[in-house]
Design a protein around this ligand. Structure first.
Ligand SMILES: [Zn+2]
Length: 298
């Protein structure tokens, strides 16, 4: 036995080297990022006196090589500010503006039946931004799926499809079906971005069934339960899903509270780490290409 011991340990050494080599090969993704879920709310900017005035917000975006953002804010003045800011142009960041449905926090739980929200959306769409017309509606929330059947929710889904506006929806899987049913195409041509791809973590099979049913459904991946495993690497079943649907997922910061602005670098570093677990072309699509194609950003 003793004579074989050196052989046994060199085999073990070989395994260790191979494993080490595989880990080293999974280098972080280093290309550009498209942040498809960015909020610039009033408590972040607070006019120009908040903790994250445009120069500070843009510095964070730029130093992470985020080249384009879906911007929305409560109220919409934050988006208007970012879209017009000198710093945005100086940073070379493309703003894709969305109309948020919230003037105040009270609107979170009432927008789907509040006619004045529909009117506000019409006014914002007519007004546009310094970075061009609004390209989408949201983010909005539905804490009860049935509220997807509210009269204003129905009208907004029809409007979104008619005007080719994307919809950023923080909803559960049941509400995805309901929202899609209100579009004239019954969901075949509604550009719906599913915020967090379901923050409640519906099973992979359910996500897959919805992606199959609705060809323009996209999954945004912030806060997605089950996405990453030990060391922030992709969990195997999610890696398989992303490889199966490389055109259907995107990343986002979800700066819904100021803490998310303070940890913006960590969020983006986290994305870059697990994107490195994917083949380079798939990583590039999820990081940038899918959103760039959706919004025609070059
Ligand atoms: Zn959000």
């Amino acid at each position: 036995m003793r004579a074989f011991a050196p052989f046994a340990s060199s085999a073990a050494l070989l395994v260790a080297i191979c494993t080490g080599a595989a880990t080293a090969a999974q280098a972080a993704y280093e290309g550009p990022l498209f942040d498809t879920h960015l909020h610039y709310n009033e408590e972040a900017s607070d006019g120009d006196t908040g903790p994250y005035p445009p120069a500070e917000a843009l510095a964070r975006i730029q130093r992470n090589d985020v080249k384009a953002i879906v911007a929305n804010s409560r109220p919409n003045t934050g988006t208007q500010t970012l879209a017009a800011a000198r710093e945005t142009r100086a940073a070379g960041v493309t703003v894709v503006p969305f109309v948020r449905l919230y003037r105040t926090r009270a609107d979170y739980t009432n927008w789907f039946r509040d006619e004045s929200i529909y009117e506000m959306v019409q006014i914002e769409l007519a007004r546009g931004t310094a970075s061009g017309p609004y390209r989408g509606i949201g983010e909005f929330h539905l804490y009860e799926s049935a509220n997807a059947n509210g009269p204003v929710a129905k009208k907004l889904m029809a409007l979104a499809e008619q005007r080719k506006l994307a919809v950023l929806a923080h909803v559960d899987d049941v509400a995805i079906d309901l929202l899609m049913s209100h579009a004239p195409s019954k969901g075949q041509s509604l550009r719906l971005i599913w915020a967090h791809t379901g923050i409640g973590g519906p099973p992979i099979e359910r996500v897959q069934a919805l992606l199959d049913r609705y060809p323009m459904l996209m999954g945004e991946l912030s806060y997605r339960p089950g996405l990453t495993c030990e060391g922030g690497r992709l969990c195997p079943e999610w890696r398989a899903l992303l490889l199966k649907y490389p055109d259907r997922f995107m990343i986002g910061s979800d700066t819904w509270v100021n803490q998310r602005w303070s940890s913006y670098d960590d969020t983006m570093r986290g994305y870059r780490a697990w994107l490195g677990d994917l083949p380079a072309d798939v990583a590039q699509r999820i990081a940038w290409g899918n959103a760039a194609a959706l919004f025609d950003v070059r």
